[in-house]
Design a binder for this molecule. Structure first.
Ligand SMILES: C[S@@+](CC[C@H](N)C(=O)[O-])C[C@H]1O[C@@H](n2cnc3c(N)ncnc32)[C@H](O)[C@@H]1O
Length: 221
């Protein structure tokens, strides 16, 4: 069953998602289906989404869902751990890593306020698995001043993401304005969708450029 089918056929606790998000979920989280995975969901909402992840990812998935709202404690279930805290609190986030180990995948569907989204990302990104995935959804709020965003506003996560594209490519910047960082070394892909940002890590990235094939057939260009 596709994740979208699981979503549409849900009759349990409510889930709140845009239809086109499933394209991104299937592409970036699909590799975990049926496999061991520790999945962190920021924002439990009504508790339906963690059930959806569990049904889709399968019996080897450990879903950790966090929320600032104490009411969400009731969503704890087999394979689903609920912890109450603030997504922007580094000591709370560290306590999750201490308890559950390294997260393979993070989905930030929490407050969607730039200050929270940024703090979670800054703390968690380089602590997820070396081949992990970090996804932030509902980033239309990055354009909204009441969420701390706005087009061109340096606090916006979309603006931050645009800047990180330079860090991703820092090995090729010749004017010295961007220096390679750990992010450059450990990030293999950045993908933007309407309202969704995705960053993927890799423990090793072979960036050696080679010309292969029959050299006598090579044209100069
Ligand atoms: C959009 S809802 C989550 C929806 C759910 N994931 C779904 O797909 O149905 C956002 C949740 O984030 C929680 N939240 C808001 N601010 C937060 C914060 N600073 N830290 C953790 N959770 C927060 C809210 O209480 C709310 O339950």
């Amino acid at each position: 069953m596709s994740l979208y089918d699981i979503f549409l056929s849900n009759t349990g606790r409510p889930i709140h998602k845009s239809g086109h998000y499933f394209f991104a979920y299937e592409r970036h989280f699909g590799r975990y289906v049926g496999c061991p995975v520790t999945f962190l969901e920021i924002g439990a909402g009504n508790g339906g989404s963690s059930q959806m992840w569990k049904r889709w990812l399968g019996p080897l998935a450990r879903i950790v869902t966090i929320d600032i709202n104490e009411v969400c404690r009731q969503y704890e279930d087999e394979q689903i751990a609920v912890r109450i805290g603030d997504q922007s609190d580094p000591s709370f986030l560290q306590s999750l890593i201490d308890e559950f180990g390294t997260f393979d995948a993070v989905l930030d569907d929490g407050s969607h306020h730039m200050v929270h989204v940024t703090k979670s990302f800054d703390f968690l990104y380089d602590k997820i698995a070396a081949n992990g995935v970090y996804m932030i959804e509902d980033m239309h709020t990055a354009y909204w001043p009441d969420y701390g965003g706005g087009r061109g506003d340096p606090r916006s996560m979309v603006e931050r993401f645009k800047g990180l594209i330079d860090d991703l490519n820092a090995d090729h910047v010749r004017d010295g304005t961007v220096a390679p960082t750990a992010f450059t070394k450990q990030t293999v892909a950045m993908t933007a969708y309407d309202s969704i940002l995705v960053l993927e890590r890799a423990p090793f990235i072979n960036k050696t450029m080679k010309m292969v094939g029959d050299d006598t057939q090579r044209m100069n260009y």
